[in-house]
Design a protein around this ligand. Structure first.
Ligand code: ADP
Length: 205
C-alpha cells in the first residue's frame, strides 16, 4: 500500500516532480523493498516449524537445479559459476531443502570480492552414516569470531549499502537443518572464501 500510494502521488505530480521529491520517493521505494524482503524472510523463518511437509526421499540434484534457477538473476549478473558433484537422495522436505540450498548458494554469490566472479561448489560426502553437504565459495570469507553469531536472526557483519540483506537467511538455514535432525556450521577465513557444511541424517540409498 505504501508503494502503491507513493506511485500514485508521483503519477499525480507528473512533470512537477523536483529533485528532492524524486529522491524522497526513491527512499520510500528502497525502504518498502527492504521491508518486503524482511517480512518475507521472517515468514519463511517462522514457517519452518509450522508449515513443514513430511520428510520424503528427495533428489538433491533436482533441489540444486531448482535453487540455482531461483537465483538466476543474481547468478547471471555476478557471472558466477555454480557447480556440483553428484548429490545423493536424502529424506527431506523438498521445499525446505530448496530454501536451504538457495540461501547458502545465494550468500556465496552475494558475499563476493569486487571484480572476482564467484565460484560456488556444492558437494556431499557420506561420513559415519550421515550425509555431510558443503557449499564452498571464493568470496570475502568470515572472521572465526563470528562463526556462531551469523546463525542468529538479524546478525549481519556488513551494512545494507555494502551487501543487501536482512540477516534472517542463515537463521532459517539452521532451523531447516535442525528440523531434519542435522546441524550446520561454517569454516572460513577472512578474504579466503567460506565453506558452509550441513548434515542431513539419512541412510545411504
Ligand atoms: P543476509 O545474507 O541477509 O545478510 P544471513 O543470515 O544469510 O543474512 O547471513 C548473515 C551474515 O553472515 C551475513 O550478513 C554475512 O555477514 C555473513 N555471511 C553469510 N554467508 C556468507 C558467505 N558465503 N561469505 C561471507 N559472509 C557470509
Amino acid at each position: 500500500m505504501v508503494q502503491s500510494y507513493t506511485d500514485l502521488l508521483i503519477e499525480q505530480c507528473e512533470g512537477k516532480v523536483t529533485g528532492d521529491v524524486k529522491e524522497f520517493s526513491e527512499h520510500i521505494t528502497e525502504g518498502v523493498t527492504r521491508m518486503r524482503a524482511l517480512i518475507n524472510g521472517l515468514l519463511a523463518y517462522s514457517r519452518v516449524g509450522t508449515h513443514g511437509k513430511p520428510l520424503e526421499p528427495t533428489d538433491c540434484n533436482v533441489v540444486f537445479e531448482e535453487a540455482v534457477n531461483n537465483l538466476l538473476v543474481a547468478v547471471k549478473e555476478s557471472k558466477a559459476s555454480v557447480t556440483h558433484d553428484p548429490l545423493p537422495t536424502v529424506s527431506a522436505d523438498s521445499t525446505q531443502l530448496t530454501q536451504l540450498f538457495q540461501n547458502l548458494i545465494g550468500n556465496a554469490v552475494k558475499f563476493q570480492k569486487k571484480d572476482v566472479p564467484p565460484q560456488v561448489h556444492v558437494s556431499a560426502e557420506y561420513k559415519e552414516k550421515e550425509w555431510v553437504f558443503s557449499v564452498q565459495d571464493n568470496g570475502i570469507g568470515i572472521d572465526p569470531k563470528y562463526f556462531e553469531r551469523i546463525f542468529l536472526p538479524f546478525q549481519r557483519l556488513h551494512t545494507v549499502a555494502e551487501y543487501p540483506g536482512s540477516g534472517i537467511g542463515l537463521a532459517t538455514c539452521r532451523k531447516i537443518v535442525e528440523r531434519h535432525g542435522g546441524r550446520i556450521w561454517v569454516s572460513a577465513e577472512p578474504s579466503k572464501g567460506s565453506v558452509f557444511y550441513f548434515i542431513i541424517p539419512s541412510p545411504k540409498e
